[in-house]
Ligand binder design. Sequence first.
Ligand code: AMP
Length: 193
Amino acid sequence: MNLILLGPPGAGKGTQAKRLEDKYGLKQLSTGDMLRAAVASGSELGQKAKAIMDAGNLVSDDIMIAMIAERIEQPDCAKGFILDGFPRTVPQAEGLDAMLARKGLRLDAVIEIVVDDEALLDRIRTRIAQTPESERRADDTPETLQTRLDVYYRQTAPILPYYEGRGMLKKVDGMRPIDEVTAQIEALLPVGV
Ligand code: AMP
């Protein structure tokens, strides 16, 4: 089973992806985590990506599509994957479609976790307050969150109609408690998985 979790920063995509990963033996693929690992390793990609990420902007589509194409080939994705943070632009969504078609794979569900902006700002503020400074993400600041939200609405939200037009988009209420959101997602998954 191959899934996409969509939603603004702080919507809970990572939290939900981890739960589905454990329960269904799927692999969570968080492009944000992959990029942070590249930054930490000091690789050429990491050096390029760092300033872009710190500012809350998006790394180029070509890099991201190539990163996911290579990753889903790995054996740990054999039972399926959950994309968390990808695609983030219409060209990435198109690139993903082309890549899956080439590999003979398909998407089973695209799930949008809907949360309003005020709640997102509150969540990030709480996350900042509860995380020691040395462990905070460089882009977890109220100012960068505003940029990340703007980028989400301008560049990522247009992929919602892309999947809606293909009859694939499903929505869950991300304002509900974590367990309820998980239950809503599970109710949308194809039967028999
Ligand atoms: P995230 O952890 O998903 O919030 O991602 C953190 C940052 O990594 C984003 O603000 C972007 O700078 C970068 N990033 C993650 N995924 C993508 C993607 N699919 N396309 C472009 N940039 C990305």
